[in-house]
Ligand binder design. Structure first.
Ligand code: GAP
Length: 451
């Protein structure tokens, strides 16, 4: 077994490139620094992570709604939010903890937080600038959003007016964000184009601490329920010096990445900063009127803000395992079934026509429900290994006996144990197993095949 928290980044990068999870962006031109392309398996993993977020915050609740705001926003947004001002001073960045410091605030040449070495100062604006319309002049400057959050703040009143949501309620969105990071690295951990899953939860002032604690627990458990080992996660409170200008309190959910503990998600109590700022600069009221208590107030915001790419990296690192198998090493990903890019692989024992025909039929049927792979190349052992390495929870083998008895075997990834079930029961059985049912709970006509 791979020791917890000990998988190297090299192994993860190599697996991702070898099997088509993640490639360097525009690789044929030598790559583009800190940008990444998700391959056929990576795109499924990311989709599954985003689906899991959406399921937990939108589908399974009645107090949060979704939004998909545009990436380009009115440039005033970034003046109101503090992003324009906050990122246009000469900054240095700590090469170790990545905190940025204004040069004029520094008392010595090392990082005031961790003592790490600092980069050279540069006039730095974190946001990517571009021009809207045909003329490249100051009046036409727009920015690629550095976070999805602002799209939700500026739509607060639209959502209140068009839904029946009353406070406390939340708005969530998933989308791309762009930051011209000074120091990047550690694979997809810190890139210049990435995806965020953010939730802005609007609450009555005075109830904010309670909701803040609620979301800390909810979000921590989300990772644990999707298979990340508890001992690889920690909650870390921001020190006063670390707190962003808008935050009253903030905790990071840190994960034990191969390079050490680092932020996976931030959860902040943003107070009324955002709505007050946008109301002030837009001239539009962003108050909330409580019909029951007849009170008018500016809601406070609790914000869990997670990265899709960092989550993907954490899920891959945590799932990675190597174990001895006969005379080789079995590499496998213990991915949670809901995150696994491919749920089931259909493997005919040989390429004989009759067998292929039966296997293709099973394959076509299962594809109605899940992303399914079909593989008939090389020995069955090799094919199992290929699926183990990408985290496929179940392999279906169709053998010559299947043609007689209309039964197939289901092999489980982690235990390599097998059961044999009637083809007529296959879909229902797989649905149950993918939802976590024990392999040896058998359907009618099923039997234990290999312990
Ligand atoms: N709206 C608050 C906000 O954006 P943040 O801590 O700057 O807060 C939230 O970002 C999350 O977005 C981080 O916890 C991380 O998962 C992800 N993230 C931020 N910068 C990133 C980068 N350069 N590359 C990859 N993910 C990043």
């Amino acid at each position: 077994m791979t020791e917890p928290g000990k998988v190297s980044m090299e192994k993860i990068v190599s697996l991702c490139q070898r099997r088509g999870f993640i490639f360097p962006s525009s690789e044929i031109y030598g790559g583009l620094s800190s940008c990444w392309d998700y391959g056929p398996l990576g795109v499924e993993l990311k989709r599954n992570i985003k689906d899991a977020w959406w399921r937990s915050v939108v589908q399974e609740r009645d107090d949060i709604v979704g939004l998909d705001a545009s990436i380009l926003m009115h440039p005033q947004t970034w003046a109101s939010s503090g992003h324009l001002e906050g990122f246009s001073d000469p900054l240095v960045e700590c090469k170790n903890c990545h905190l940025r410091w204004r040069v004029d605030d520094l008392k010595d040449k090392n990082c005031p937080s961790c003592g790490g070495e600092l980069t050279e100062p540069r006039l730095f604006n974190l946001m990517f600038k571009t021009f809207m319309g045909p003329v490249e002049e100051e009046a036409n400057v727009v920015y690629l959003r550095p976070e999805t959050a602002q799209g939700m703040f500026v739509n607060f009143q639209n959502v209140v007016n068009t839904t029946r949501k009353r406070i406390p309620f939340g708005i969530t969105q998933i989308g791309k964000a762009f930051r011209n990071e000074i120091t990047t690295g550690n694979f997809v951990f810190r890139s210049r184009e990435f995806e965020q899953m953010e939730l802005e939860f609007f609450v009555k002032p005075g109830t904010d601490e309670e909701w803040f604690n609620y979301w800390l627990e909810e979000r921590f458990n989300w990772y644990v329920n999707l298979g990340i080992k508890k001992e690889h996660l920690q909650l870390r409170e921001h020190t006063k010096g670390e707190l962003a200008h808008y935050a009253r309190a903030c905790y990071d959910i840190d994960y034990l990445f191969p390079m050490g503990w680092a932020e996976l998600e931030g959860i902040a109590n943003r107070g009324d900063f955002d709505l007050v700022q946008h109301a002030k600069y837009s001239g539009k009221s962003l108050d909330y009127f409580d019909d029951e208590t007849k009170e008018r107030f500016v809601p406070y915001i609790i914000e869990p803000s997670a990265g899709v790419d960092r989550s993907a990296l954490a899920f891959l690192c945590d799932a990675y395992d190597e174990e001895p198998a006969e005379d080789e090493i079995r590499v496998l990903l213990h991915l949670h079934p809901s995150l696994a890019p491919i749920k089931v692989a259909v493997l005919p024992l040989s390429r004989r026509e009759k067998l292929v025909e039966a296997a293709k039929q099973v394959y076509a049927d299962l594809r109605q429900c899940w992303i399914v792979d079909y593989d008939d190349a090389q020995s069955i052992g090799r094919r199992y290994r290929r699926q183990d390495e990408i985290g496929t929870p179940f392999c279906i083998t169709i053998d010559f006996q299947s043609l007689e008895d209309e039964q197939v075997t289901i092999r489980e990834r982690d235990t390599m144990k097998q059961i044999r079930v009637p083809i007529s029961e296959l879909k229902a059985t797989l649905a149950a197993k993918l939802s976590g049912e024990d392999l040896f709970v058998l359907p009618p006509g099923g039997q234990i095949w290999k312990e």
